[in-house]
Design a protein around this ligand. Structure first.
Ligand code: ZN
Length: 389
């Protein structure tokens, strides 16, 4: 990658031909049309939020000759540059110069650019900016993007991918999945976690359809003019979840629904039974992981590991071990009740505490409690043989 450091571009140059699109919330062009300030893949303009403190700070910094930091351009061609880093600052400058907002003067009076004294206007216009112009391959730019974003609010992985694979596909993707005006967002939000603005819904949709190979998928579809496959797959997953699980629980948000869909969508479920099962498990005080309930039910209520059923505590185990061992010794039998009824050499073996594990006498899955009454100590081998219940 080649970089050129430039110090001869002024605020005036950068803001020449500046266009701000209110509807999209973006600063669009500068440098007389040569510069794309906020390409499709960039975040929307956020400096105007929070009462505009940030955008005012940019102008005040310029007036006080404080540095506003390095700006990075990506040189697409001789006549086309894109802002890689600095779009918020440039948009602030452009918005100020076109009277979109005012700053407060020494007396606390609002001051728009057009109403400022000529010398102050000139001071702003003639301020040079520190710009790195870079030219390179996608992979290099991606790597470099990561580096420059260490300092600021880092781009999320998906924001980065949107930048690297920008094009018609990403534009369509964002219209559907990164658009907070989309009426479906609320429904999706029951199952997908994260923020629409930070591209997390889009990331999930791409993750599901690509089975986890988002970059690869985006690269293959980069120039597609349709996102039908992506939309259809995403909607299939969402529809499947809401038809199997009729109740929406907060623990459903952010589960690996793409994987679960792939694994279970060809099975049939009775939604009424599923609902009753989920409610029963939700009411079970021994279940530590409610997030695991859904996969547990989908898998036929077998894999109790998913539920993280509460285990016996050390005190209970030691107490049970002591009673069990004392009793076994008087009878001359093994302190593992399963060894004791066997016919090999272990039938009278007294195991040490650390050679044994606690077991539910009545299986948890059959209603057995995690209390001393329902606890027995088994040797490791027998405990494992009984399985994780
Ligand atoms: Zn045993």
């Amino acid at each position: 990658m080649e970089t050129t450091f430039k110090t001869d571009i002024t605020v005036k140059d950068i803001c020449e031909g500046f266009v701000y699109n209110e509807l999209e919330g973006k600063g669009l062009f500068g440098l007389a049309g040569k510069l794309t300030i906020q390409p499709e893949y960039q975040r929307n303009y956020i400096y105007a939020s929070d009462g505009g403190k940030k955008e005012m700070a940019v102008i005040e910094s310029v007036l006080k000759r404080y540095p506003i930091g390095l700006i990075y351009f990506n040189k697409v061609s001789d006549n086309n540059l894109e802002v890689l880093d600095g779009q918020q600052r440039i948009t602030s400058l452009g918005r100020f110069l076109t009277d979109k907002f005012a700053i407060k003067d020494e007396n606390g009076m609002e001051q728009y650019f057009s109403g400022m004294a000529k010398d102050k206007q000139d001071k702003i216009l003639k301020t040079p900016l520190l710009i790195y112009e870079c030219e390179g391959k996608e992979s290099e730019i991606k790597e470099w993007f990561k580096t420059i974003n260490i300092a600021g609010v880092p781009l999320s992985d998906q924001e980065l991918l949107n930048a690297v694979y920008s094009g018609p596909f990403v534009t369509l993707c964002k219209e559907e999945f990164s658009n907070s005006q989309n009426a479906n967002i609320q429904k999706w939000g029951a199952y997908v976690s994260g923020s629409v603005n930070r591209q997390e819904f889009l990331e999930r949709a791409l993750d599901w359809v690509s089975k986890g190979n988002i970059g690869d998928y985006m690269s293959r579809h980069r120039y597609d003019k349709s996102i039908t496959e992506l939309k259809t797959y995403f909607n299939s997953v969402i529809d499947w979840i809401s038809s199997v699980f009729t109740d929406v629980e907060s623990e459903m948000r952010g589960l690996e629904w793409g994987r679960l869909y792939e694994q279970y969508h060809s099975k049939t479920y009775d939604p009424a039974k599923v609902s009753a099962e989920v409610q029963k498990l939700y009411g079970d005080p021994y279940i530590k992981s409610r997030k695991g309930v859904f996969e547990f039910v989908l898998g036929g209520s077998v894999d109790t590991k998913l539920l993280e059923v509460r285990v016996f505590d050390e005190a209970t185990k030691k107490a049970v071990y002591t009673t069990q061992t004392a009793d076994a010794k008087t009878k001359g039998k093994s302190n593992c009740p399963l060894c004791a009824i066997g016919h090999d050499a272990n039938k009278s073996k007294i195991w040490n505490f650390d050679e044994m594990d606690a077991d539910h006498v009545a299986a948890w899955s059959k209603g057995g409690a995690t209390s001393a009454k329902n606890c027995q100590m088994l040797c490791r081998t027998h405990n494992r043989a009984k399985g994780n219940r």
